[in-house]
Design a protein around this ligand. Structure first.
Ligand code: DON
Length: 570
């Protein structure tokens, strides 16, 4: 006779749970929890911005309308990086004609800037001068850039799009944990200038989660931009306030600098990789060409036996990155001032550079020099990705440079100015805040645009939209974008996995391989050390925003789990 023991229901329950656990953990590929969107998708670093962008799309706006609105909304709800006092880049595809173009709305050096403006009489760098206050600011480009994008491709009224942000500034929004923590982290910077403290730490009280955050001066500025377009920023009352703030704090930006600012449409940097077309930002961003060099250096390697966290893959990636960043230091700057070699992506040049990669030994960076391409005759930024069902794609990365930029708010106008001047090489060989060095190509000159690493990127295959991506992270932008492209194309990861994937970084100098802490197995770390790498763990970084489209145009959108961003669609 079989006796049923009392423990049996527990066993059954345990077995069921174990089976369920195995199904989930061991990868039951038939359970697909991905959300697909058909009409439009958005991924930004701030939930309010994502929700408002989706509203624009639902109202009948196209991806460009949503991108313009998002640019202004982020200036209100994500003040450490979203901006009207900074600049950035857009890489876009126009669904109507399939053309991919880029828009450069990078800041420029004021006309009074000189090469030695951050050095003392002994030729030494004056501490922090390129990072805080009025001297650190480049002439802002964001308002002119968003307007140029709208003028060319927008379908809704400019006024309506800008007013979305103005209303949020005017009526306020509820501070979330992320913003509250950021205001605490940057307390010192936000109290350096009374104009900034008045907004972010009024009467010595910073906002905490749950407070309503009003920005009435910023609202007035945004209403002026809504009514007058770029004139509401680059001339008139707002411009006068910028110049007054410059004069008060010994800055260089004049009314003439503001009146003469122009964004520039440029052809994208384009490569094919494994049959995909990859379009990214050309100079004055180094992003496109350095991402492209890394990918093209790696393309001939067989990845079949590698996986994204294997010693051999990480090693190969770092060696390619080391070579590419060495070229960055020597050859790249604003193309209006310095002629970069046009052969940095030539197959012959890259074949020769690839020969310098030892598959099992790290080459010390002291032995890696920038290449000599043949002369041919003749840590806050934010990124957002948007697409619609007409084949329009927008990737925008824009920034104040470091968190809250120069820390200086324009008195009475309510917005922060950038500290982008630090992206110039302020003295040959002296690293900027991201540890990047440069020389002649990226020296300070009046009216010049400082070299960037921002890499908003589009991927197409057979002329069909496949991916929109980008991230903040200073120099690490380049390696995050390159790794994400490889993770997608070579390792077939979903958008969700792309965002969650552990990251590593090597930028030639310092000669150090950075790994996100706690993410890599000790055996992998030891393997990399055995190959000769100096390895350091560091806190998680970047804020990747990805939209993927399958061959039928179904969209998935994902925001980096490291931060508070939101991806959505409909
Ligand atoms: O243009 C650049 O490369 C830098 N100003 C970007 C700064 C940045 O990404 C900071 N974010 N964490």
């Amino acid at each position: 006779m079989v006796t049923i023991k009392h423990s049996r229901p527990g066993v059954v329950l345990a077995a069921s749970l174990a089976a369920l656990f195995l199904l989930v953990v061991l990868g039951c590929s038939w359970i697909d929890v991905t959300t697909y969107y058909q009409q439009g998708a958005v991924a930004t670093g701030a939930p309010i911005a994502t929700d408002l962008a989706i509203e624009v799309l639902k109202k009948g706006g196209n991806a460009f309308d949503a991108a313009v609105a998002t640019g202004f909304v982020l200036a209100v709800v994500h003040p450490s990086a979203g901006n009207i006092g900074g600049g950035g880049f857009a890489v876009i595809r126009n669904g109507a004609d399939g053309r991919v173009r880029t828009l450069d709305f990078r800041e420029t050096a004021p006309l009074a800037a000189v090469e030695t403006m951050y050095l003392n009489d002994d030729g030494e760098v004056i501490d922090s001068l390129s990072l805080y206050g009025a001297r650190a600011c480049g002439v802002p480009g964001t308002v002119a850039g968003l307007h140029a994008l709208w003028q060319e491709y927008g379908s809704m009224k400019w006024e309506e799009l800008v007013k979305i942000a103005a209303n949020v500034a005017d009526t306020g929004f509820i501070v979330d944990d992320f913003l509250a923590a950021s205001l605490t982290e940057y307390h010192r910077e936000l109290t350096l200038y009374e104009e900034t403290a008045d907004i972010f730490v009024p009467n010595g009280q910073k906002s905490v989660a749950g407070d309503r955050f009003l920005q009435l001066d910023l609202a007035r500025t945004l209403y002026a931009i809504a009514a007058e377009g770029p004139d509401g920023f680059y001339s008139g009352e707002v411009a006068e306030k910028i110049v007054a703030t410059m004069q008060k704090y010994n800055g260089l930006i004049t009314a003439e600098d503001l009146a003469s600012y122009l964004p520039v449409w440029r052809e994208p940097t384009h490569i094919t990789f494994d049959g995909y077309d990859i379009y990214s930002m050309p100079l004055p961003s180094s992003g496109g060409v350095i991402v492209a060099q890394i990918l093209k250096l790696l393309e001939p390697y067989d990845f079949a036996r590698l996986f994204p966290e294997s010693v051999d893959y990480i090693h190969l990636f770092c060696e390619a990155s080391r070579l590419a960043f060495a070229d960055r230091s020597e050859h790249l700057g604003d193309p209006a001032f310095y002629a970069a070699p046009s052969t940095l992506l030539d197959a012959g040049y890259l074949d020769a550079r690839r020969k310098l990669i030892d598959p099992q030994h790290a080459t010390p960076s002291t032995r890696v020099k920038p290449g000599s391409p043949p002369i041919r005759e003749s840590e806050q930024t934010t990124h957002y990705s948007i697409c619609d069902d007409d084949g329009n794609m927008v990737a925008i990365t824009y920034t104040l440079n470091t968190g809250y930029g120069s820390s200086l708010v324009v008195g009475g106008a309510g917005f922060l100015l950038n500290n982008e001047m630090d992206d110039f090489s302020i003295k040959p060989g002296v690293p900027n805040v991201f540890g990047l060095i440069g020389g002649e190509a990226n020296k300070i000159e009046p009216g010049k645009r400082m070299l960037s690493s921002m890499s908003p990127t589009l991927v197409l295959k057979d002329d069909k939209p496949r991916m929109i991506l980008g991230t903040p992270g200073g120099s690490k932008i380049i390696t995050v974008v390159a790794q994400t492209l490889l993770n997608s194309i070579r390792f077939d990861m979903s958008a969700e996995a792309l965002c969650a994937q552990p990251r590593f970084h090597h930028q030639w100098l310092p000669d150090m391989l950075y790994l996100e802490e706690g993410q890599f197995d000790i055996n992998i770390i030891q393997g990399l050390i055995r190959y000769g790498h100096s390895v350091k763990e560091r806190k998680p970084y970047s804020d990747l925003q990805v939209i993927e489209l399958d061959e039928n145009g179904m969209m998935t959108a994902t925001s980096d789990p490291r931060n508070r961003g939101k991806a959505s669609g409909y």
